[in-house]
Design a binder for this molecule. Structure first.
Ligand SMILES: [Zn+2]
Ligand SMILES: [Zn+2]
Length: 135
């Protein structure tokens, strides 16, 4: 039996399920991923386009395809959360790992575009850890 994972956006408008079956998992430090996520890197899992069942909210999705470079963002129009999308080639489904409610069994294969990794992120990996706001 294959494990089923659930996922969705932050506001609950959009929800999906998929099988815990991924071909790759990358942290991408490129500038586009940084802008798109507003964070240090994108965390993207790759699977087959058929491997998703939208439970609700598919009509809330908005897609942005960059006209020049090959990157895409799909997000909930209510809350802005990143959600899975079919790559432009149609060959794979890109799943932002943070949109999952569950832990995928796939481990991260590689960190890519590391030449574009920010200095603040490199330094921040060595900062003290807290379970809530320090103070
Ligand atoms: Zn939402
Ligand atoms: Zn990237």
């Amino acid at each position: 039996m294959r494990k089923i994972l659930t996922g969705g956006c932050c506001c609950g408008s959009v929800a999906y399920t998929l099988e815990d079956q991924f071909s790759s998992f990358y942290f991408c430090h490129c500038e586009q991923c940084r802008k798109m996520t507003g964070s240090a890197h994108a965390s993207n899992l790759f699977t087959s386009p058929e491997n998703i069942t939208w439970l609700h909210g598919q009509d809330q999705l908005k897609r942005y395809d960059d006209p020049v470079r090959s990157f895409t963002q799909v997000f909930c129009t209510a809350c802005g959360s990143a959600l899975p999308y079919q790559s432009k080639s149609g060959k794979s489904l890109v799943v932002p790992a943070g949109s999952l409610n569950d832990e995928p069994s796939k481990k991260v294969d590689a960190r890519i575009f590391c030449s574009e990794q920010t200095a603040w992120h490199r330094a921040g990996l060595n900062s003290p850890e807290f379970d809530k706001f320090p103070g």
